[in-house]
Every structure is written in C-alpha cells, then in structure tokens.
Design a protein. Structure first.
Length: 437
C-alpha cells in the first residue's frame, strides 16, 4: 500500500489529485472545529470533558462526524444525513417503479437519483439539526453534566432557526466537498470523508484507554487494545477480500465470417455482500427505543425496562438483539441489492450460462442458493466483529463506540482497500510496460 502511494506521488497528475484530496480533507477538519452561533463554547467543552468518552445515544453519529456532533460545530451533522438519504433511496428503488426505471437508464438515471439524494439529504439535515438543537437546549445532549442547560443561553426562535440553518448549510458543504473529491480527487469522496471522520477519533480514544489503565501506567492495556485492533483488521481484510466465483461460459456465435463469444468469466459473490450497512441499520434501530425513553416523561414500566436493557452496550439483552438485527439486515440488504433473476436474464440474453446449469429460471435458483449459503457466514462475521469490541474492551474502560468497534473497522478497511485499488489501477494505466520489458 505504501509503495502504491509513493509511486502515485511520483506521477504528476496523480500527485495533483492526491494533494487536492488532502486539501479538501484539511478544509473538512477545520470546519469540524468551528462552533455555530448561539452556542456557549466553554459550557460545551466542560460537558465534553465530563462525559469522558461516554457519548450515550449520540455516539454513532458523533463518530461519523469526527467528534463534531458533541462539539455542536457547523459540520456537526457530518455526512450522516447523506448516508441515511442514500440508504433510503436505495431501499425505495426496489419499492417505487419510477426509481427502478431510472436506475436502469444508465448514467442519466443515476444522475437523477443523485439529485433526489441531495434534496433528501437537505431535508434530513433540517430534521436532524432541529432535533440536535432541541436536545442541546433541553440539556439532554449531555445527561449528567452540571452546565448542560446553559449550552444554548439564548433560546429565542431566531437563534434556534439560525443554528438549524448553519448546520444544514454545513451538511450541504460537506456533501459538496465529497463530490469534489469524487470528481477531481482520488476515490469516492463520501467514503474518504467518512474514513477521515472515524480516523480522527483514534488518537484521543487510544490515549483515554492508556490514561484509564492501571497496569504499568496503562501501557499494558494500551498495547492489548492495539494488538486486538490489529487482529481485527487482519480478519476484516481477509473476509472482505473473500468471494465465491461462480463460473460463466459464453457460447461462440458466428456472425458473417467472424466468431463472437466463447469466453469464460465469473460472477464474484462476496462473502460480505452487504458491507457495513447491516451494522449501521442495527445500531440506528436500537437507538430509537432509548431515544424515545429519554424524552418520555414519568417513570413507566416500559421506560424503566428500556433504560435497563437497551441503553448499555454490555447488557445481555442488548447484545442478543444487536446480533440478531445484524444477521436479519444482512439477509435483507443482500435480498434487495442483488437480484438473481435479473442476473440470469442478462446472462441468457447474451448467450451466457453456468456450466451444468440450464439458462433462465434454474440459473436464478442456483444463484439464489449460492447467495444464501455465503450470506450466513457473512452475517455471522458481521455480528462477531460488531460484538467483540463491546465484550472484550469494556474491561479496559472503552465505550461501546470505541474506534476499534465493528462499524469503524469495517469502514476504514473497506475504504482503504478500495482507494488503494483505484490508485493501483490508475498507475497501471500510466505505467504500462507492455508484453516485452
């Protein structure tokens, strides 16, 4: 990987793209430290220091924003509204025929869906920004903080609208920065910004583990966490690269005096076909009951049960539900993102077939059978990756949103592998040595 980056910096056009990407990253990180108007910055810092890593219900969103959410900055919402909008549009593509037709139109349809995603992102940013401002005004953003109620000293309607507009505009700027990286930089812009947001929380979280440790000044706990993280990274790289290659043979056709086809290829079915989406879905779904209980008044029995069982990451009920939801969403997302019947029809249209399997419906049934077989280990792997940090690192004082958690590791490794592949492919185009060296 380091060799690829070194060769890229020696190539003039790739060097420009890398430097442009780094410049956008610097702008993004600067924006995550600029507070919005109407916020008492000293009170926010006091509450952040008192929280000491316990980020509560907002830990996942805070991780995706690079720590900007709890700082209440102009980029507080980060890229979470865009991620949510993209997932919603992808799910609606299966349900709404108009979106499904746009998806099949190629580049023009994709551009239209991207435009819809932008509009939905702004709408979600307004909704989430309003919720964040209301939470900060009520003091529930930092439960237990002594100065939580003074984070927003001026609670006038104009101040509230200004705060929401600033955060919505910040989300739009983040979306624009991501698209700039995609067009003029290296890799997928939104994935790069997500990668940077998560990586930015690593140093402080690792140092917090060291400070809270008691063995050899905390260095033993620190080293153990690093070792566990490296093992998890190696496991994730191994599984993310694993795939089941279904062979496909294309029949030879004679058109005039020329023959076409007769080639062999394969359909790569990844073991983890769903990626990190099931973990995000499961985490978000488990946050909803806890969020409802937090804003509900009184001391009813259902509220007490939720606060006892669904707010602590190391509770057996939470762990069991989290694991089952990840497995369910893994199968659900694979079912809507990969259509065996469509793949079988395309193969039949171009004269392709799987050796030993008849074209058409038997091919679709075979692909569905293979996909279900490899989704089981993929879903169990996702569940274990998401739960190992919660169960193993809690003894070292790490919160359930520690950077070596399942979501962050999957995103960092996935984005890193994809970016390196893009750099290597562009290097091969510019440094092709031919058949004879």
């Amino acid at each position: 990987m380091l060799t690829a980056f070194a060769r890229a910096f020696r190539t003039p056009d790739l060097r420009k793209k890398l430097l442009f990407t780094l410049a956008i990253i610097v702008v993004y990180r600067v924006g995550t430290h600029i507070p919005i108007p109407g916020v008492n910055y000293k009170a926010v810092q006091t509450c952040v220091n008192e929280a000491s890593g316990n980020q509560g219900l907002f830990g996942l969103v805070n991780m995706f924003s690079g720590g900007a959410l709890l700082q209440i900055t102009i980029f507080a919402l980060g890229i979470m509204p865009y991620i949510t909008a993209s997932i919603i549009l992808q799910l609606l593509t299966v349900v709404i025929p108009r979106l499904e037709a746009l998806k099949k139109e190629g580049q023009a349809g994709t551009a239209k869906i991207t435009q819809y995603t932008r509009y939905l992102t702004v709408a979600l940013a307004i909704l989430q920004g309003t919720g964040l401002v209301a939470t900060a005004r009520s003091g529930a953003l930092f439960s237990g903080c002594t100065v939580a109620s003074s984070i927003v000293p001026d609670q006038a309607i104009f101040t509230t609208i200004t705060m929401v507009v600033c955060m919505t505009a910040g989300t739009a700027v983040v979306m624009w920065l991501g698209e700039l990286i995609t067009d003029r930089g290296i890799g997928n812009g939104m994935s790069i910004l997500m990668f940077i947001s998560i990586a930015a929380t690593f140093p402080s979280a690792l140092w917090a583990i060291k400070k809270q440790g008691t063995l050899a000044g905390g260095w033993i706990e620190f080293g153990t966490v690093i070792a566990v993280g490296l093992v998890m990274v190696a496991l994730v790289v191994f599984v993310e690269q694993a795939q089941r290659r279904v062979p496909v043979q294309y029949a030879k056709r004679m058109i005039g005096r020329r023959s076409y086809g007769g080639t062999s290829t394969y359909i790569p079915l990844k073991v983890n076909q769903a990626g990190v989406i099931p973990v995000i879905f499961a985490s978000s779904l488990l946050y909803i009951p806890a969020l409802v209980a937090q804003f509900a008044g009184g001391n009813s029995s259902w509220k007490t049960w939720i606060e006892t069982n669904l707010t602590k990451g190391n509770h057996p009920t939470y762990i069991t539900l989290y694991f089952l939801l990840i497995v369910f969403f893994a199968f659900f997302y694979v079912a809507i993102s990969f259509n065996p019947e469509e793949v079988a029809d395309n193969m039949k249209k171009y004269g392709g077939f799987i050796p030993g399997i008849r074209a058409g419906r038997p091919t679709a049934e075979y692909l569905s059978y293979v996909l279900n077989r490899i989704t089981w280990p993929g879903s169990l792997y996702l569940g274990l990756i998401a739960l190992v940090p919660t169960m193993a690192l809690v003894g070292f004082g790490a919160s359930q949103n520690f950077p070596f958690g399942g979501t962050s590791i999957l995103i960092i490794v996935g984005v890193g592998l994809e970016t390196v592949k893009q750099i290597e492919s562009q290097l091969q185009q510019r440094n092709y040595e031919g058949f004879l060296r």
